[in-house]
Design a protein around this ligand. Sequence first.
Ligand SMILES: [Zn+2]
Length: 170
Amino acid sequence: MKLDNRTAVDNKILEQVLREAARGLGVRTSGVGIVVSTSRYRTNGVAYMCNSFRSSRGWLNTDCGFFKVSLPLDLNPLRCAERFYSTARHEWAHVRDFQDQNGQGTRPFSKRVNGRRPKHDCRPEELRAYDYVDEADKRIRRNGVVIAELACAIQGVLSLRSRNRQGRER
Ligand SMILES: [Zn+2]
């Protein structure tokens, strides 16, 4: 994977959760671009079918797609880590779908109705992504250790931040 890590968490910790999130989905991970940034509360993810993406190091080629996922940093690090894992897993499933189509967009995608796209969960590409994840979850047991390690790293970032804040207030 081509990780563009915009967070204070180590690449290695993020990479192992991202790899775990891809497991069992049948997605080719090595050429896929991933941008990880932090968010205060919400976890957002979005996947794009494309051959290149703009990383902080400039444009990089991808294997049919890339996705962005945010790492929430709030006071429950384990919940943050869980949300990051499941959002990344969902986005990997979209990339698997793009790779199946060889980046051609041949399967049905949602169309705009009266200028608006249907609600997220009703889109055909979303249903396919949910199916890939469901099917994979039946076959593999996820490795909770890597999620716990991410939670510890989030805790570390949060304590560092609060120490810095106290330092400034003194
Ligand atoms: Zn989706």
